[in-house]
Design a protein around this ligand. Structure first.
Ligand code: P6P
Length: 337
């Protein structure tokens, strides 16, 4: 246990001391990520004051319109991570291919995948957004790792985290030993430990789903949501509440804080289009699933545990059902029956 109030730097150095063979490289990488998140937090607060809202006039590999801040924050992450010799390559929602470091840069032991500004369209309407990141071990002695080196099952993640840019900027991190939250103190410029050993309540009466897709859902999701909406008079015998921010980081943060179930299931449109979901496995579903499981929750597709999936490609999409253990188990059981 650590005392509330220590800085992220103090925390990760203490954590490093626990693993005696630690080289300090991982500690320094986490610090690089924290620096990137501080810079992004500062930019998101300036918004239109510095003309960074709106479209970049380009599309990403997903064919989605890129916002100016998608491009800006992607570059912030590259600059923060490529200069200190802790990463061997990067992969991002905003880049079609693996990002290889310039030849003169020292390579390190880790690979980082990230969504630099998840939910960026919410920034134009001043709603919480966030950065999601996942850390994998780089292959030994490979100067320029390839996409297949990133395509490891989520259980291989060394660490995962996100930073939510809301009323507070909060960095949420797991290295496999529980979930810890750090709130940015702008006066000192430090992330301060504000919550340790985060636990998601195993029960909930709050679901998060984009209801406008209801007519496309598969039967188990239809059944689950119908029962929630039926409330006290229905089989659940209790009324449910609904929240949908449209920013995965914000919905997951609420679930970590007070419980809930988040669902972006596969639906008829996706099957017709040949895609397997909306959210991306490597830099959205996997990091969030590691965090949720480390906080006592579950994260599944409806058919399998997300962290067990072997990715087929860098930008693979998957269905996501995650959050309070007992509710996710119920949805799982509906998929089985
Ligand atoms: P929809 C944001 O674009 C995102 O990837 C997640 O952050 C969010 O949960 C989801 O898509 C929102 O999707 O279809 O409701 O706009």
């Amino acid at each position: 246990m650590y005392e509330i109030g220590i800085t992220l730097t103090q925390y990760i150095i203490e954590e490093q001391r626990k693993t005696d063979q630690a080289s300090g490289e991982f500690t320094a990488l986490l610090n690089d990520i924290a620096v990137a998140c501080k810079k992004i937090s500062s930019l998101t607060r300036k918004g239109n004051l510095v003309g960074i809202l709106g479209s970049a006039g380009s599309a990403n590999v997903q064919g989605e319109e890129q916002k100016k801040m998608d491009v800006i924050t992607n570059n912030v992450f590259i600059e923060a991570l490529q200069n200190n010799g802790h990463v061997a390559a990067l992969a991002s929602e905003e880049m079609d291919e693996v990002y290889h470091l310039p030849d003169n840069k020292i390579r390190g032991s880790y690979l980082v995948t990230f969504d630099p500004l998840d939910g960026s369209s919410n920034m134009d309407v001043n709603v919480s957004i966030g950065t999601i990141f996942s850390i994998l071990r780089a292959p030994e002695g490979v100067k320029n790792p390839a996409a297949e080196d990133f395509c490891k099952a989520g259980v291989k993640q060394i660490a995962a985290g996100y930073c939510i840019y809301g009323p507070s900027t909060i960095l949420v991190l797991t290295t496999g030993y529980g979930v810890t939250m750090f709130t940015l103190d702008r006066e000192s410029g430090s992330f301060i430990l504000t919550q340790e050993n985060v636990q998601i309540p195993v029960d909930t009466c709050e679901f998060a789903i984009n209801m406008s897709n209801q007519r496309f859902w598969e039967a188990p999701i239809q059944r689950y949501i119908d029962e929630c909406i039926a409330g006290k008079e229905g089989v659940r015998g209790v009324d449910f509440n609904m929240r949908w921010v449209g920013s995965m980081v914000a919905d997951v943060h609420r679930i970590l804080t007070r419980g809930g179930i988040f669902m972006y299931p596969i639906d008829a449109r996706m099957k017709k289009a040949g895609t397997e979901g909306k959210l991306r496995l490597l830099y959205e579903a996997n990091p969030m699933s590691m965090i949720v499981e480390q906080a006592g929750g579950l994260a599944v597709t409806g058919y399998e545990r997300i962290l067990d999936i072997i990715p087929k490609s860098l930008h693979q999409r998957v269905p996501v059902i995650l959050g309070s253990k007992n509710e996710v188990e119920r949805v799982n059981s509906y998929h089985k029956s």
